[in-house]
Design a protein around this ligand. Structure first.
Ligand SMILES: [Fe+2]
Length: 169
């Protein structure tokens, strides 16, 4: 079995992002258990939850990066897009009962979570913290401000209410 347990070493030290990562690990673990138990309805339920939470989470990180004018935004978003494509590719295969598809998706998720969070998200988080320290601001204060529209990116208004969705107390 793949290990989707949340550990302190997964922290990127941005409370909202860590909370969302924890949710994603939990959903992936639930998916793995449903697959192992051949619980078709639960597999579909977890798959849909995974797709929805991943998209919401990626949008939040992308807004956060734009709000601090993060220089590696494009590189980071490319990695999100790879995961988006994989989820889009695997979802119909899993729903149609393709026997190897759930295992292949879980293998992908295990590696992607590990590599993306440990390097890419940590770099983003360090940059966000530096920006917030230097500018005495926080994501909550910046929320609602327009993103960098001049570069043709998604605007904050399009990505949804980031800090309000799952406030971390
Ligand atoms: Fe990310």
């Amino acid at each position: 079995m793949r290990d989707f347990r949340w550990r302190d070493e997964h922290e990127v030290f941005l409370a909202q992002i860590d909370a969302e990562h924890r949710d994603l690990f939990g959903i992936a673990d639930g998916l793995q258990q449903a697959v192992a138990g051949k619980a078709t309805a639960a597999v579909e339920e977890h798959l849909h939850a995974l797709i929805a939470h991943a998209e919401e989470h990626f949008s939040h990180e992308e807004w956060l990066m734009q709000s601090v004018k993060y220089s590696s935004y494009g590189w980071h978003k490319q990695q999100h897009n790879t995961a988006r494509r994989r989820l889009k590719l695997f979802a119909p295969l899993i729903e149609s009962g393709e026997s190897e598809a759930p295992e292949l998706l879980l293998d992908f998720l295990e590696g992607w979570f590990r590599d993306h969070i440990s390097v890419t998200d940590r770099m983003m988080a360090a940059s966000v913290r530096n920006y917030e320290r230097a500018n005495a601001t926080s994501a909550l204060e910046r929320w609602g401000t327009p993103a960098d529209a001049s570069r043709g990116r998604t605007t904050a208004a399009e990505t949804g209410p980031f800090p309000a969705i799952r406030p971390v107390l």
